[in-house]
Structures are given as structure tokens and as C-alpha cells.
Design a protein around this ligand. Structure first.
Ligand code: HEM
Length: 280
């Protein structure tokens, strides 16, 4: 058996590299005396936030690669890399959907024992969740107001609001490839949407020439699907835990959340599916 390598003061260790001491010191309960389940409640949210951080990291890299792909002979390498990173995003999203079952081991009565002390904090204030939405293309300026108590986060979201989204970058890259139908200068939102859906249609109709882009589009579609699954599982968990009570953020609770189920990051990818026709 190999002897463990020597460690001494100042050397990198598992704990110093991963900042474990800091990490496990970040769970501070509000309930007095501390309710047993509040620890789980905090850790599950913190875990989600860590994965949201990783998702933003990957999605930013996807945007970068798709931007680089435009007008370069090595365009395929960039598109390949975007698809590879998107695969990671879908795997993370799958974990995010699954994780709610852990929180569902908390009895509704146990949550109610410390819920009161959490008001007015709410998932509405998950800046990273909103950032993922904005970065993917689902931008809603009205959501900024929930971040007024945290100016740094407000500024970060405002930046995302201004920047081109992943959805925009996809169609800019397809324009460069000459796949987007020409648009009149005064084209409205509806015409722009139709042109984008037509571009996706063209890709799927010519599979041999666009395998790389089809791979990207399929992964984006899967990511969209998984985020809807996340929304649905969150609603089921909410109803199981607090029924149809109002949210701590002031919304109507599950009935508000149900209205978000139709939201899609990449609606043109879905529209193109309706446009496809049967082949002999
Ligand atoms: C017992 C557990 C939970 C309950 C009862 C709950 C309840 C709610 C409710 C009622 C809302 C609507 C906003 C409001 O009025 O507050 C909401 C929004 C939200 N929650 Fe939760 N939640 C729980 C756990 C989680 C977890 C673990 C996450 C993980 C990050 C999460 C993330 C979010 C997000 C991102 C929103 C905003 C959704 C949107 O606007 O589309 N929630 N939650």
C-alpha cells in the first residue's frame, strides 16, 4: 500500500481548496429554538443555488461558443463545444428536478413550524434563477422589483436584461450562416418570430448539412423541457407542503406558479415542430 503523501502547514488540503469550513458554516437557522427541518430547508436551497451558479457558468460558455462560431472556418468546433456544454446543462437540470423529493420528506406541519419566520423572503428573490431565465431569453423587467433590497443583484439582472440572450445569439449565428430568411427593416415581432421558426425548420429539413446545429437544437429543446419539469415539480412540492396558501413573496402561491408553466426559453424550436410536414 502506498503511504499517504506528506502534508504540512500551508499545503493545499481538501478542506482549504474547497473552503469546506466556510461552506459548512453557512447554514444559519432563523427558528428559535432551531427546528430540526430548517437545516434541510437551507441546505436544499443552497444546493440549488450552487447548481444555478454552475448553469450560468455553462450557459455563458455556450453563448461564447455560438458567438465565436459565426463566420469562422472552425465553426463546427465551436458548435460541437456548445452542444457538449449543453449536455452538461441538461444533466444538471435533471438533478434539479429530482432533488425536490428530498424536501418532500418534510411534513407540512414541520414546515409551518418555522415558515412564519421566513417572511418576506421568497423564491422570487432567487437572483440566479431569474438570471438563467434572462440569459436564456425569457426577460421580464417587472421581476427586477423583487431585487430592490439587494442593489448588486439588481444591477447584475439589469445587465442580463440588456445583453443579448442565448436565444438571440442562436439566431445571429444562423443569420451568419445564411439560414435566416431575410427580414424587412420594419419587421415586427411576429414576423421576426416566424423567420426564426423557418430557420429552425430549414435546419431540420436538411439534416445531413446541419447535424451539428440539430444537436444544439435538440439539447436546447431538452433543456427547455427540463425547466418546465422543474416548474411542475416545484408546484407539486409547494401544494404538498402549503396547499393553496399564498407565497411568502406575496403571490397567490401555486395558482401563480401554474401560470409560469407555459413559459419557454426557445419557443421557435417548438414552433418549428408544428411546421414540419410528413415525409413519404
Ligand atoms: C417548502 C418549500 C417551498 C415552498 C413552500 C415554496 C413556495 C413558493 C411559492 C409560493 C412561490 C411563489 C412566490 C411567492 O409568493 O413567494 C415560489 C417561487 C419560487 N421558488 Fe419556491 N418554494 C419552496 C422551495 C423552493 C426551492 C427548494 C427552490 C429552489 C431554488 C425554490 C425556488 C423558487 C423560485 C426560483 C421561485 C420563483 C419562480 C417563478 O417566479 O417562476 N423554491 N416558491
Amino acid at each position: 500500500m502506498q503511504a499517504p503523501s506528506e502534508t504540512g502547514p500551508g499545503q493545499l488540503t481538501y478542506g482549504s481548496y474547497l473552503k469546506v469550513a466556510e461552506l459548512i458554516g453557512l447554514q444559519q437557522t432563523e427558528s428559535q429554538p432551531p427546528h430540526h427541518d430548517e437545516m434541510l430547508f437551507i441546505i436544499i436551497h443552497q444546493t440549488y443555488e450552487l447548481w444555478f451558479k454552475q448553469l450560468l457558468h455553462e450557459l455563458d460558455a455556450v453563448v461564447h461558443n455560438l458567438r465565436q462560431s459565426a463566420g469562422t472556418p472552425s465553426s463546427r468546433d465551436y458548435i460541437y463545444e456548445a452542444a457538449r456544454l449543453l449536455r452538461r446543462c441538461t444533466e444538471i437540470a435533471r438533478v434539479l428536478v429530482e432533488q425536490f423529493t428530498i424536501l418532500e420528506t418534510m411534513l407540512p406541519t414541520h414546515f409551518l413550524a418555522f415558515r412564519g419566520g421566513l417572511r418576506p423572503a421568497s423564491g422570487f428573490q432567487s437572483e440566479q434563477f431569474r438570471e438563467i431565465e434572462f440569459l436564456c431569453g425569457l426577460k421580464d423587467e417587472k421581476m427586477l422589483r423583487y431585487h430592490e433590497p439587494t442593489p448588486e443583484m439588481y444591477a447584475q439582472l439589469e445587465r442580463r436584461l440588456r445583453e443579448p440572450s442565448l436565444r438571440d445569439v442562436i439566431f445571429d449565428a444562423l443569420s451568419e450562416l445564411g439560414i435566416m430568411p431575410a427580414l424587412a427593416e420594419n419587421a415586427g415581432d411576429e414576423q421576426r418570430f416566424d423567420a426564426r421558426a423557418q430557420a429552425i425548420l430549414a435546419i431540420y429539413r436538411d439534416e445531413k448539412s446541419h447535424r451539428d446545429w440539430i444537436d444544439v437544437c435538440e439539447r436546447l429543446t431538452e433543456f427547455d423541457e427540463l425547466i418546465v419539469s422543474w416548474r411542475l415539480r416545484h408546484i407539486q412540492m409547494v401544494e404538498r407542503t402549503i396547499g393553496i396558501k399564498m407565497g411568502t413573496g406575496g403571490s397567490s402561491g401555486s395558482s401563480y406558479l401554474k401560470m409560469t408553466l407555459d413559459k419557454k426559453f426557445f419557443p421557435e424550436l417548438w414552433a418549428a415542430r408544428s411546421l414540419l410536414t410528413e415525409t413519404p
